[in-house]
Design a protein around this ligand. Structure first.
Ligand SMILES: Cc1cc2nc3c(=O)[nH]c(=O)nc-3n(C[C@H](O)[C@H](O)[C@H](O)COP(=O)(O)O)c2cc1C
Ligand code: SF4
Ligand code: SF4
Length: 252
């Protein structure tokens, strides 16, 4: 078994690493952008795929990865894990439907509520104590789910027809444009000191340094990793000002 994930601010990494290690102490979770990801999928029968929900959809990078590697999913047994800041009708279902088309068997889906990662919006912002409670609840859920899975019962969250309709009508139909492709909307303000931190951490290699300033290309998957880590708070995407940089490391 192997975990494969995309994680911007660390929530999904945290959840999937915890889940796979509780089920098999030697199981690993590998970032989707890692060169090892494809071979890990080829070598394992059971794959747990994790990602943050974006507008009740999977991030475009995740859908693109699944599509581009369409031939590796046949006969794989897959569990999809969608982390989310508030609500997701069928965050897990968005990828299970694709994977099924490519010949995978779907074991189940899990939705895990975690702190919100959108650093440049006041909406859904919580205090550190509230975030600690959310993470503690997530910890308990992961422990319970791991036990269920060890006993052969896979959760079916987000993969039913009802969830599909809720996800579609609740958000995806209205926000579909936001996750239609990669984004070219990243903004870098004059505070940028050219430290290069964002360049090295972007999973899409979307950022480059030019004349000691960062420039964004048009391949942003909206993961918020650079926005949450820029020491100058110089990067924004959906909003125009960094309200609060969220990253799970601050809670561990
Ligand atoms: C662009 C974007 C859109 C998001 N949309 C949703 C959403 O529709 N519903 C939700 O519950 N959380 C939403 N979130 C919050 C994240 O899914 C959540 O915080 C997730 O756990 C972040 O995981 P990560 O730290 O692994 O990136 C969104 C986050 C981003 C960056
Ligand atoms: S991390 Fe921030 S300050 Fe450093 S190069 Fe990137 S945008 Fe500029
Ligand atoms: S540019 Fe920033 S938000 Fe976009 S994919 Fe890269 S790290 Fe994520």
């Amino acid at each position: 078994m192997v975990g494969i994930y995309l994680s911007g601010t660390g929530n999904t990494k945290y959840c999937i690493e915890k889940l796979v290690s509780l089920i098999h102490s030697s199981a690993k979770a590998i970032p989707m952008e890692s060169p090892e990801a494809i071979s890990a999928i080829q070598q394992n029968e059971e794959i747990y795929i994790g990602y943050p929900t974006q507008f009740s959809n999977a991030p475009y990078m995740v859908r693109d990865f699944i599509k581009k590697n369409a031939d590796i999913w046949k006969n794989k047994k897959i569990l999809c894990i969608a982390t989310m800041g508030a609500f997701s009708g069928d965050g897990a279902g968005c990828t299970t439907r694709m994977l099924k088309r490519y010949g995978a068997t779907i074991l189940g889906g899990i939705h895990i509520h975690m702190p919100d990662s959108v650093c440049d919006s006041k909406l859904l912002k919580k205090t550190m104590d509230e975030n600690r409670c959310i993470i503690a609840q997530a910890d308990r859920k992961i422990e319970e789910v791991a036990l269920q899975i060890i006993n052969g019962n896979y959760p079916q969250e987000g993969i039913t027809l009802v969830s599909h309709i809720i996800g579609l009508l609740g958000q995806r139909l209205w926000f579909y444009k936001k996750t239609k492709g990669y984004s070219n909307k990243l903004k870098i303000n004059n505070n940028c000191i050219g430290c290069g931190k964002c360049v090295s951490i972007c999973p899409m290699k979307n950022l480059i340094l030019r004349n000691k300033k960062v420039v964004s290309n048009d391949r942003c998957t909206m993961c918020y990793r650079c926005i949450s880590l820029c020491p100058q708070k110089a990067i924004t995407l959906l909003g125009n000002e960094v309200v609060e940089q969220y990253r799970i490391e601050d809670y561990r």
